[in-house]
Design a protein around this ligand. Structure first.
Ligand SMILES: NC(=O)C1=CN([C@@H]2O[C@H](COP(=O)(O)OP(=O)(O)OC[C@H]3O[C@@H](n4cnc5c(N)ncnc54)[C@H](OP(=O)(O)O)[C@@H]3O)[C@@H](O)[C@H]2O)C=CC1
Ligand SMILES: O=C1O[C@H](COP(=O)(O)O)[C@@H](O)[C@H](O)[C@H]1O
Length: 511
């Protein structure tokens, strides 16, 4: 994440010529490595992992001799897999960084082994021969299959003697569907890999703008000194999407917004916003502080669940002028009661945050794609101004339009009398830094190669998240309220607004 927290030595890498002139990247140079993706024909690999590696290849982070080895059951030759991969790069790499010749050169690093990786009795010879003699290199197994295969896959790697001290395993989310299943996975994989070798990925931690929460807070004493209940009235964290469930319906329907987005991404963002200053930026210190936040979340009793959560499912509507179907049609099942929208009011029970509501909101098929953290400041306490506008707020725009804005009350210059108006200081990061905003997977893949765990989730964080989430699932089972619906293209049901209105607040929707 940051040079001081890395194991390797940072070094300047030449920037490709199509990058803006002042976009100097400081990248950690790597030695050749073997990166095995299990689930290599799947959506995640094609849409995210191969494009992320392509970008790092362009920046010189995949030196000659590196192998990216795709594994899946589909019977394909390496050549056929490369053809698929090349098509995916063309489709998913942004056009301003796509170059056909570089894509072809990158695909030469890629090999494919057809294999049921959860079956130790399958034919492992192709994979084994690709890895033979590379025991001293960094080796990463990235498991991009369904979580119920994680343990048997790890066991098969051990059976085939593919795990060396330089080997790491990356586990995709979700880690389980509740605490017990998460523990089963963690214990099962833990039989073959030490905790230091297990990299539980949460791609939100790979977003530069999420990491920027730490920079803004801890590198700006002015902000950090105001970062408490004395100054802050409330915190909103929104991760809104315009997409529906698409082809991922079968997975999503067993998950819903709570398990898919809140248990992992939103709770991680919340912990960065709410944590105490860590002693250092090492993985241990950062994770310790995040864990304390997760453990300090207000417990979700059935009464609290009924009062402080809103869940709903999208029905047909319109997004960007186009008619879109409802969730049940997308899924092809008219009985599902899975939530595609969720709003939660919670609190972090630490002295710093006493009495400050934290509002979390996420949903599919909402009005806009926007991930934002909104810090609303308390209004000034003595009334010398009669017409004070809304309280000041700091908005951290995670995506898109990455940046930060601070809205303050100012004297209205269009009036002679002393009237106030809102004025906004706005920084757009792409404009300020003149650089490409990397996809979150890019840094995380390279961190796994370099063995830097700082942006990955420790086992006790997974436990603490599930401990908070499980009572919500249980509370919903007893909840007499019917699942609500919302029209696609809106900001969710009205009761989500009511959740904040009770505190005299409202969601910021003017993105
Ligand atoms: N897609 C996304 O945006 C995200 C996905 N994730 C997680 O990543 C993981 C993968 O997701 P996604 O790519 O969408 O899933 P897909 O269903 O698209 O892909 C699953 C992949 O696993 C392969 N596979 C299945 N069983 C085996 C096996 N026994 N041995 C080897 N390969 C196998 C499949 O290929 P084949 O049938 O040829 O074996 C396919 O390549 C899941 O855990 C998901 O929750 C997390 C965040 C986002
Ligand atoms: O992990 C997931 O995240 C995506 C949203 O990621 P983002 O980087 O585009 O904000 C979500 O669509 C998906 O359902 C979920 O599994």
């Amino acid at each position: 994440m940051v040079a001081s927290a890395r194991n390797g030595q940072p070094s300047e890498i030449d920037q490709p010529t199509d990058e803006p002139r002042n976009a100097q990247a400081v990248m950690t140079q790597t030695d050749p490595f073997d990166f095995v993706i299990v689930g290599a024909t799947g959506d995640l690999t094609m849409r995210k992992l191969l494009p992320a590696f392509y970008q790092r290849f362009r920046l010189g982070q995949a030196p000659e001799g590196t192998q990216i080895i795709g594994v899946a059951r589909s019977k394909l030759s390496s050549e056929e897999y490369r053809e698929r991969g090349a098509k995916a790069l063309k489709e998913f790499v942004p056009s301003d960084s796509y170059d056909a010749a570089q894509a072809e050169a990158f695909m030469e690093l890629v090999q494919y082994a057809s294999l049921d990786a959860a079956d130790k009795d399958a034919d492992w010879s192709t994979l084994k021969s690709l890895l033979d003699g590379h025991e001293d290199r960094p080796r990463v197994f990235y498991i991009a299959t369904a979580p119920n295969l994680y343990v048997s896959t790890a066991a098969a790697f051990a059976d085939k003697e593919l795990i060396s001290p330089h080997t790491r395993i990356v586990l995709e989310k979700p880690i389980g569907v509740d605490l017990a299943s998460a523990e089963e996975i963690n214990t099962g994989v833990g039989k073959y890999f030490s905790e230091e070798q297990i990299f539980r990925i949460d791609h939100y931690l790979g977003k530069t703008t999420v990491q920027n929460v730490l920079a803004l807070r801890f590198a700006n004493p002015m902000l950090e000194r105001s970062w408490n209940s004395g100054t802050i009235l409330s915190v909103q964290i929104t991760a809104a999407e315009t997409v529906g469930v698409g082809a991922r319906g079968p997975y999503y329907d067993t998950s819903g917004a709570l398990r898919d987005m809140v248990q992992n991404h939103l709770l991680q963002v919340l912990s960065l916003v709410a944590m105490e200053p860590p002693a250092s930026l090492t993985a241990a210190d950062l994770r310790d502080e995040k864990l304390k936040v997760l453990r300090a979340l207000k417990p979700m009793s059935p009464e609290v669940v009924a009062k402080d959560t809103v869940r709903a499912q999208y029905v047909a509507g319109e997004i960007g002028g186009e008619a879109v179907d409802g969730y049940l049609t997308d899924l092809g099942d008219d009985k599902s009661t899975t939530e595609t929208f969720l709003a939660i009011r919670t609190e972090v029970r630490t002295p710093r945050w006493f009495g400050v509501p934290f509002y979390l909101r996420t949903g599919k098929r909402l009005a806009e794609k926007a991930t934002e953290i909104v810090i609303t400041f308390r209004p000034q306490p003595w009334p010398i101004f009669q017409d004070a506008p809304q309280p000041g707020r700091l908005v951290l725009r995670v995506q898109p339009h990455e940046g930060v804005s601070l809205t303050l009350s100012s004297k209205d210059p269009s009036k002679d009398e002393f009237r106030l108006r809102e004025a906004t200081l706005d920084v757009s990061y792409p404009e300020q830094f003149h650089t490409r905003y990397p996809d979150s997977y890019e840094e995380l893949l390279m961190d796994a190669v370099q063995g830097d765990p700082v942006l990955f989730i420790r086992r006790d964080e997974v436990q603490a998240s599930w401990r908070w989430v499980e009572p919500i699932l249980a509370g919903w089972k007893e909840d007499a309220r019917a699942l609500e619906t919302y029209k696609a293209g809106t900001w969710g049901p009205d009761s989500s607004k009511d959740l904040l209105a009770r505190d005299g607040s409202k969601w910021l929707e003017d993105f």
